[in-house]
Write a protein that binds this ligand. Structure first.
Ligand SMILES: [Zn+2]
Length: 239
């Protein structure tokens, strides 16, 4: 997409001082919206954006997921890569003999296996190379389910909170607590989806009623006009 926004050779206008960028594909000046899209992720092909920027996705999940899918969470492997030696001296998970990455925490660490086993997805999780691979496979497996990304988000957020509570507060979440947290998160998302659907139906119903009222008013005005014309004609003296 980037190539379509490359600047054209300077025109007379550009030489005279005004800087107008023209799309190489559409041959029209760029709009503010196009520049905004280009300066954000929408200007870049992103395979996981639809899993994040869904209206039913709770706002508090979105930034977390964005960082997780890009591999930018402050996991130990990332901190070692960034030479943050004051924060961690190693990149190992605190409960498993493995490097602590986002994929490890969300797919393969012990708390993750508890959650994914609940949904019969443990094999899928443990055999996926990373979380993007996992999501592609999960969507193929549940092709008719629109909620796989919501379930994933609820599980990932819960696992990240459990990891932070373990590391910073030395608290371990028991399996029953982990499952309940995910269940509560999914229930909230489902409730939000249901509320949004109800609101859409109400708006659609109001729109139809408005159209019906406008149609009836038009019909009434026409009938009144016809009646007035008829009365005026009756009042004319017969020749
Ligand atoms: Zn682990």
């Amino acid at each position: 997409m980037l190539h379509s926004f490359l600047p054209q050779p300077p025109t007379d206008a550009a030489v005279s001082g005004s800087d107008v960028r023209v799309s190489a594909i559409h041959h029209k000046p760029l709009t503010t919206s196009q520049v905004y899209q280009l300066s954000t992720f929408r200007g870049v092909a992103c395979e996981f954006s639809s899993w994040i920027w869904d209206k039913i996705m709770p706002l508090r999940y979105r930034v977390f997921l964005w960082l997780a899918f890009w591999g930018r969470l402050n996991t130990r492997d990332n901190m070692i890569r960034k030479h943050w030696s004051l924060l961690t001296e190693h990149q190992d998970c605190d409960i498993c003999p493995a490097s602590e990455s986002a994929s490890h925490i969300v797919l393969r660490c012990f708390p993750a296996s508890v959650i994914w086993a609940t949904f019969h997805m443990n094999d899928l999780a443990s055999s996926s190379t990373d979380i993007v691979h996992f999501m592609h496979r999960a969507q193929q497996a549940w092709i008719n389910s629109r909620g796989v990304h919501i379930l994933f988000a609820a599980a990932a957020v819960t696992l990240w909170h459990a990891r932070n509570d373990r590391i910073f507060n030395n608290k371990r979440w028991p399996p029953s607590y982990l499952r309940r947290e995910v269940h509560d998160e999914v229930s909230q998302a489902r409730q939000k989806a249901s509320t949004m659907k109800h609101r859409r139906q109400e708006q659609e119903s109001a729109r139809r009623e408005k159209l019906r009222q406008a149609f009836l008013k038009k019909r009434l005005d026409k009938l009144m006009a016809e009646k007035q014309a008829s009365s005026a004609s009756d009042d004319q003296p017969n020749s």
